[in-house]
Design a protein around this ligand. Structure first.
Ligand code: 2HA
Ligand code: ZN
Length: 272
């Protein structure tokens, strides 16, 4: 059995792709995921890599991620079939010593390239690498129904969007106390959306792309999935509340602050 296919991080990644797909978050080839692989994990699997593929420009420079390796979903590959055909669906990409180019060292055996959102993923990894001292390793992008639906009706600014979601369950402010960033509809896969998202990631761990989906970053699969499922559950409640005629009560700002203080969390008061 291949060491890559047997590696724990690899199986967690594939299982997460499969779970997101089964939740309806990743239709067809919608959404993408990337994971910065730990040095010791690379050492354990490196003899299965090939270093003959050409370097390709990333389109952005991520100097602090020079020489790092990423497990990433392939452009146009379906989440639905990733678990059955991992070697055809995902790849491990190595960055060069300047953080300007990548090359595929494993996977995508029938051809292909990393997700069209790879520049966004890498810029987000780069921002979070510095902010968290290298703790964040995973970036996930999904298309969950309720969160997307809300972007058609809620105000398009971080403060109002966050507060509407925070209002839905005390859990929300606890799980993402810094709040949610929101961006307008922008061209997917573009350098502009990569830069705009990375700007938001300086403040937030979760960013909503209006009329498109969610981007989130965290230390591991459990954390990132936990944030996204909490946002999406709150969004589902809000969709129902709006469908029933809208809110008649809501928590006060102080009630939201109190929950966070109970857990010693640094609630982003500028959003209240
Ligand atoms: O199709 O989700 O954002 C992949 C995407 C682009
Ligand atoms: Zn998308």
């Amino acid at each position: 059995m291949s060491k890559v296919l047997n590696a724990k991080f690899f199986n967690e990644f594939i299982d997460m792709v499969d779970l997101c797909c089964s939740l309806g978050w990743n239709e067809r080839n919608g959404g993408n995921m990337s994971y910065r692989i730990a040095t010791e994990d690379i050492e354990a699997i490196k003899d299965e890599f090939t270093f003959e593929k050409p370097w390709t420009s990333i389109g952005v420079t991520v100097a602090n991620l020079a020489n790092e390796y990423f497990l990433v979903t392939g452009s146009g590959k379906y989440f639905r079939y990733t678990k059955a055909e991992p070697e055809k669906s995902v790849c491990i990409a190595q960055l060069d010593e300047k953080g300007e180019n990548y090359r595929i060292v494993w996977g995508l055996v029938e051809g292909g390239r990393p997700t069209s959102e790879f520049p966004t993923h890498l810029l987000n990894h780069s921002v979070k690498f510095d902010i968290t001292g290298g703790k964040h390793r995973l970036v996930m992008h999904v298309h969950p129904v309720n969160t997307i639906a809300l972007t058609f009706v809620l105000p398009q600014n971080d403060k109002d969007f966050t507060r509407e979601i925070w209002d839905m369950m005390p859990e929300c402010a606890v799980v993402f106390p810094r709040g949610i960033g929101i961006l307008p509809l922008m061209l997917t896969g573009s350098i502009d959306i990569a830069k705009a998202t990375a700007e938001k990631f300086k403040e937030y761990d979760v960013v909503v792309w209006s009329m498109h989906g969610i981007f989130s970053s965290g230390e591991n699969f459990r954390d990132v999935f936990g944030i996204i499922e909490t946002v999406e559950k709150a969004a589902e409640i809000l969709v129902k509340v709006i469908s029933m005629g809208g809110k008649k009560v809501r928590p006060t700002a102080q009630e939201i602050i109190d929950v966070c203080e109970e857990y010693n969390l640094d609630i982003n008061k500028s959003l209240l």
